[in-house]
Design a protein around this ligand. Structure first.
Ligand code: ADP
Ligand code: ZN
Length: 725
């Protein structure tokens, strides 16, 4: 390759286009090289790009170019990742730099290999043996570590260890701070697969060895062994020494996944999520970039990491809407994962018991293959689902659990089995009001009620995090002890269970109580040990977990998801209730599910009770086709926001007036967004509805590109929106 003397660089600054630099003598760069470049008085991180793929609008003559400062001592970003950055930026109408930032998610990783000084015993006996020194030498054995670590192990002060170093009994050794990861062993504990499972596993493993793009929907009921099946494809990739990425919708699911992976492959995979410390991020990033990390499991942000040699991508619980990123770059990780598979030329497995209509449609038109696992593994049966009509058998006044559900709970407790009550509402009550004057507590920054959290005695806003102590006095009428909680949250349901069954051990599981993989591990441990009788939880407990003694699931309010009525409301309710039902009866004991609803006749409730998913999906799909809704048409939302309501409205109107008039594209709004105020910003919304064939991104780019607005106004575009707030 001829030496590049001039380089186009995409800097990590979303406001800038690509800029050209001179490559100084003695420096070697190529497309993908990670570099530091000067910008005014500052220095910025960036990546060298092919000039054709990233046109610059300000061509500068060679003589006016500034020199690149350094090039990072890591492998250049691969071509497939560069194409993914371009595609994601173009599809989601985001600055390429904002996408690139997700690939360079650890700046410390770019600082090159780093050595630290560690210590270990030399084998010589120190001349002056005090009891402390003896204890230290015994406990340290052949361990190696920092002085602090050895002191902790030995139960002595740092000074004792230093003394031993001086005396020659312990020596300093240079060590890499990024200690290597263990290598998973594909032969560690392979399961005996059923015939269906074997067929599916073989197909996926063959796809891995074929090294070609191959998207597959792995469609199997909960408990059918989807994980066991795709693990065989992972094993095939490991055997070839190549990498796998497994995406999970939620970091709370990481822990059970790590345990299962460990059981199958003898060690844990590399985990990537927002909870990592910066040294852990660095170590993971470097191992991923070098190819040493053979299997990475992570939340959606793991999608943009610089895998050196990707052989397989798995998106588990692929229907989950939490794969949709709602801030910054509004991307859908499931869809981007498929694109990454295309650029990397590797198979992509979307695993789900309740696939999204969008995914089913891709199967329908032949773009994705489908593998089915129709039954639960072994003796486990799908649980029976019954609807409880809340009008016919209502709960007692001020209670939320109806008599049939209470009776089922009593029976389950009696048998010594575990129960799960599902309600997708954190906190104690979603609304607090004053009984005397009717004052309602609203967030000062958002159009939202404050949610009471009784455990921490606070009212909090679930949109912006604003929190204040729960007052005793109404701020409006000054009445004392006049505040009443309206509606239930999980904490309130837990109180109700405790009142009904004082002997039952109840656990509340939400993102408030389980915020880290470690907390999730603790919860799993307590469930496995039988220390919990009743779990009251949000969607956090609806998936991934496998508790053999959990035999009763109660859905406290199945109608909740239907409120608001966006286009996916019924589908989401179906998915969520099926998922949570899937927690029941996963062992040899059969499970039962009760769903409390005011509309037992609704199509989605009927489908849940009869289990006829196909009929439900067919009807939903027809309705979407009729309405030209996704996947048969497209939406894009344009949200205009500002702290100043007038400027937000004015900009929204300007954008609305300039709306393109063309066939196959209709613009609704502007109208105040349902969340008319969020984090102190006033919001207006336009909704673009377009025919599938139309390049809606192009239309929007041209439309907004021709307009200007004040800098305090933010205009964000959400292509394929999932949230209609
Ligand atoms: P899914 O991901 O489809 O919900 P899982 O992969 O979690 O299903 O499997 C459900 C349970 O059945 C797990 O405990 C799993 O270990 C077990 N299982 C599934 N297939 C097998 C098999 N072939 N051999 C042994 N255990 C299996
Ligand atoms: Zn708020």
């Amino acid at each position: 390759m001829t030496r590049m003397s001039r380089a186009r660089v995409l800097l990590l600054n979303a406001a800038l286009g690509p800029l050209d630099y001179r490559v100084p003598q003695g420096m070697h760069v190529e497309p993908g090289s990670i570099v530091v470049a000067p910008l005014g008085p500052r220095q910025l991180l960036g990546v060298v790009w092919e000039p054709d793929a990233m046109p610059s609008d300000a061509e500068v003559g060679d003589n006016r170019l500034r020199n690149l400062v350094t090039v990072a001592d890591v492998a250049p970003l691969g071509a497939a990742l560069r194409r993914l950055v371009e595609w994601t930026a173009a599809y989601y109408l985001a600055p390429p730099a904002a996408v690139l930032r997700m690939a360079l998610a650890s700046t410390s990783a770019l600082e090159g290999a780093r050595m630290v000084v560690e210590y270990r015993a030399t084998g010589t006996v120190p001349p002056r043996l005090t009891p402390q020194r003896t204890q230290a030498m015994e406990r340290i054995g052949d361990r190696q570590g920092l002085i602090r670590e050895l002191a902790t192990v030995a139960g002595v002060s740092d000074g004792v260890i230093r003394g031993l170093v001086k005396a020659g009994a312990i020596e300093a050794v240079p060590a890499d701070i990024d200690s290597p990861y263990p290598v998973p062993d594909p032969a560690h504990a392979p399961p005996a697969l059923s015939t269906d499972q074997r067929a599916a596993a073989d197909r996926l493993a063959t796809d891995v060895r074929a090294r070609a793009f191959a998207p597959t929907l792995l469609d199997g009921v909960t408990g059918s062994g989807k994980t066991e099946v795709y693990f065989e494809a992972v094993a095939a990739a490991i055997r070839e020494g190549r990498q796998t990425l497994v995406l999970l919708p939620e970091i709370a699911l990481t822990e059970p996944f790590l345990q299962r992976f460990h059981a199958r492959f003898g060690c844990e995979p590399v985990a990537w999520h927002s909870g990592l410390r910066s040294t852990q991020r660095r170590r993971a990033w470097r191992a991923i970039a070098s190819g040493e990390a053979l299997v990475t499991v992570g939340a959606r942000s793991a999608l943009f990491l610089p895998y050196r040699d990707l052989a397989l991508i798995v998106v588990d619980e692929a229907h989950e809407t939490s794969f949709k990123q709602e801030e910054g770059v509004h991307y859908h990780a499931r869809d981007v994962a498929v694109m990454r598979g295309r650029f990397e030329a590797c198979p992509v497995v979307l695993a789900s018991a309740t696939p999204a209509i969008e995914t089913r449609q891709q199967v329908e038109i032949g773009r994705y293959a489908e593998l089915k696992l129709p039954s639960r593994f072994g003796l486990a049966q799908m649980p029976a689902i019954d609807a409880i009509d809340l009008i016919a058998t209502p709960p007692e006044r001020g209670r939320w659990l109806s008599p049939p559900l209470v009776a089922a709970l009593a029976e389950t407790l009696e048998r010594g089995d575990q129960s799960l009550l599902f309600l997708n509402r954190r906190g104690y009550a979603p609304l607090t009001l004053c009984r005397t004057c009717g004052h309602r507590f609203q967030c000062p920054n958002c159009t939202a009620w404050m949610v009471e959290h009784r455990l921490i005695r606070r009212l909090t806003c679930h949109h912006c995090g604003h929190a204040e102590p729960t007052p005793r006095v109404c701020p409006e009428c000054r009445g004392e002890d006049t505040l009443v909680a309206c509606g239930p949250g999980v904490e309130r349901i837990a109180d109700e269970v405790a009142a009904l069954f004082p002997q039952a051990r109840v656990a509340v599981v939400t993102s408030d109580t389980i915020w880290s993989p470690a907390r999730a591990a603790e919860f799993v441990g307590r469930m496995d040990a039988g220390e919990i009788d009743v779990v009251v939880g949000t969607q956090l407990v609806t998936k991934g977990y496998h508790f053999p003694n959990l035999t009763l699931v109660g859905v406290v309010d199945a109608d909740l998801g239907l409120e608001g009525g966006d286009l996916r409301a019924a589908e989401r309710t179906f998915q969520q209730v099926r998922q949570v039902s899937g927690r029941a009866g996963r062992g040899e004991k059969p499970g039962r599910v009760f769903i409390q609803t005011h509309q037992p006749g609704a199509r989605v409730m009927q489908a849940l009770v009869t289990g006829d998913a196909d009929a439900f999906y067919a009807a939903e799909t027809d309705a979407r086709r009729e309405a030209g809704a996704p996947p048969f048409g497209r939406y894009a939302a344009i949200v205009v926001s500002s702290e100043d309501q007038g400027s937000a409205l004015e900009t929204a109107r300007t954008i609305g007036r300039a709306a393109p008039e063309m066939d196959g594209c209709h613009v609704y709004g502007p109208a105040p967004a349902p969340l008319a105020m969020l984090r102190g910003r006033h919001r207006y919304r336009l909704l673009v509805h377009a025919r599938r064939a139309l390049d809606v991104q192009d239309v929007i780019r041209e439309w907004l590109g021709a307009l200007d607005w004040p800098s305090k106004v933010r205009v964000s575009v959400d292509v394929d929106p999932y949230s209609f707030l």
